[in-house]
Design a protein around this ligand. Structure first.
Ligand code: KIV
Ligand code: ZN
Length: 520
């Protein structure tokens, strides 16, 4: 297919933030967060959303099922191993999808076949045929992946791909599962498959590159140059271990270097910054300052020589404009005299539509913020609204907090929480003010979760800036990240910890509804 605006061939963007991305250690997302991300991906123009691995948990099944109902444009995909149970579960989850895709996979490399699958080549080929055929009973759109393809013996990879195609696969994905390949080698693998496998021209080849050597995006683009017409990627490059190819980098690489890579995508690039912020907020994974495309410094120029060049002509040091990826120069926005109407308009211009109750709450919090903070910037508003959406119907809430700390003072936190409507109060001391707050929370709501990460970042500049605090908790292998922003860093810490606890409660309930008893 070609793009009508550029005349370039189009590359399908397959986003796996909700599946491979969610496999990042510590990046668990709640159901509501997954729906929000899926909605944004759909609006942004992603072609295929891999919404989860339905057999892996009831939560994943529900996510795939509801995302299938929710999205308007994209195909929705569910992952399945080669077994029939996996495939049937994916088929069931996708029943309501307008454009369902089943993605089934099996390992083809010698090391995986011998040690992981304990299967020989013939058994693997048989499983490929059977799994793809089974998936075709549910949908005509079946993707097959050769897990660890880049460490697979070329002749066997060709045979495996041939079986998948002749069993009905319509997309053939070539994962660099362990991030081992290089651009030249990956180019050659895709080229070889396209030239050697019978009927290769009847399917779409796809890239799926991990970033263990920092080459995921380069390898994906090499795959495109070799003839792949689908790229699998994630927002901010999150994913197993070092992650996947970053969607924003792949898309902007193609857009900026159309001169040597004449390919288009359907992505509205002005939504990239927003998608990056949302995924970072939900996962609690900060975006590194120097991250390509969406990092805080991606469009900042520090050295005098660069600044001088930029003032004379922006193209001296800028290969794309910040607006192209949705980065606006920090803008002064509403003040404490702004009314509901202006506030709603501003939210809508930033892509947020809140339900009435959430809007009223956000407006009240905006007024409080404008009282405390001289200038309220767009970034403040994003933090405030993301907080609002992230809250949901919380079982635990902070009602009152007073913290004492300083030199010669024992750090003390007096805290009141409401837990399922019941008020609980305590005063706790700690090694520092944050420790005192967390001890107070643990005293009021006993739990076994351990703190994995505590992180503070400033939303904007200045000493009156809001602080965003991320708290990651782990309980019996389940990880959640709570986030909150406030001009008072200690208050933000308390809110973030409580936000994480509420997420943990939701997770526990999903896995075992009876476990949602309110702990003391
Ligand atoms: O990295 C990988 O091999 C995968 C497959 C499931 C496609 O994520
Ligand atoms: Zn992967």
């Amino acid at each position: 297919m070609t793009s009508s605006s550029t005349g370039f061939e189009t590359i399908k963007i397959f986003d796996t933030t909700l599946r491979d991305g969610e496999q990042s250690p510590g990046a668990a997302m709640t159901h509501e967060e997954k729906l929000r991300i899926a909605e944004l991906l759909d609006e942004m123009g992603v072609d295929i959303i891999e919404a989860g691995f339905p057999i892996s948990s009831p939560g994943d099944f529900k996510a795939v099922n509801e995302i299938a109902k929710l999205v308007k444009r994209a195909s929705v995909c569910g992952l399945a191993r080669a077994g029939f149970k996996d495939i049937d579960r994916a088929g069931e989850a996708l029943k309501t999808a307008v454009r369902p895709r089943i993605h089934t996979f099996i390992s083809t490399s010698p090391v995986h076949m011998k040690h992981k699958l304990q299967m020989g080549e013939n058994a693997v080929l048989e499983a490929i045929g059977a799994s793809v055929t089974r998936a075709r009973n549910f949908t005509d759109d079946v993707q097959w992946s050769a897990e660890d393809a880049t460490r697979t013996v070329p002749d066997f990879l060709c045979r495996a791909v041939e079986v998948a195609i002749h069993s009905g696969a319509t997309t053939i994905n070539i994962p660099d599962t362990v991030g081992y390949s290089t651009p030249q080698e990956y180019f050659e693998i895709v080229s070889m498959l396209r030239s050697r496998v019978p009927d290769a021209d009847k399917v779409i080849f796809s890239t799926h590159c991990h970033n263990d050597l920092g080459l995921a995006v380069a390898n994906s683009l090499a795959g495109v140059l070799a003839g792949a017409r689908q790229v699998e990627c994630t927002i901010n490059g999150i994913g197993e271990r070092a992650g996947n190819a970053a969607l924003e980098e792949v898309v902007m690489g193609l857009k900026v270097r159309g001169d040597i890579m004449p390919f288009a995508t359907g992505i509205d690039t002005t939504m990239l910054a927003r998608a990056s912020k949302l995924v970072s907020n939900v996962t609690g994974f900060p975006v590194q300052y120097n991250k390509a495309i969406v990092g805080k410094n991606a469009f900042s120029h520090e050295s005098g020589i660069h600044q001088d060049g930029m003032l004379k002509h922006v193209e001296t040091y800028e290969i794309m404009r910040p607006e192209d990826v949705g980065v606006k120069s920090t803008s002064l926005m509403l003040g404490k005299l702004s009314g509901r109407h202006a506030f709603r308009d501003k939210l809508e211009s930033m892509g947020y539509t809140l339900e009435e109750a959430a809007f009223e709450d956000a407006f009240r919090r905006f007024k409080d913020l404008a009282d405390k903070k001289k200038h309220v910037f767009d970034e403040d508003l994003v933090a405030l609204v993301d907080d609002e959406i992230g809250r949901g119907h919380d079982t635990i809430a902070v009602k009152y907090l007073r913290v004492e700390s300083g030199t010669g003072v024992e750090p003390t936190a007096a805290l009141t929480l409401t837990v399922a409507g019941e008020e609980r109060r305590v005063t706790a001391v700690g090694d520092g003010p944050v420790d005192a707050i967390f001890k107070a929370i643990r005293a009021l709501y006993e739990h076994t979760a351990t703190l994995q990460l505590f992180q503070i970042s400033a939303v904007t500049e200045g000493t009156d800036a809001q602080a965003t605090v991320s708290v990651r908790l782990e309980e019996e292998g389940r990880t959640v990240t709570g986030k909150a922003s406030d001009t008072d860093t200690m208050a933000a810490a308390a809110y973030a910890y409580v936000n994480a606890l509420n997420k943990l409660l939701v997770k526990r309930q999903k896995l075992a509804p009876e476990a949602l008893t309110v702990a003391r």
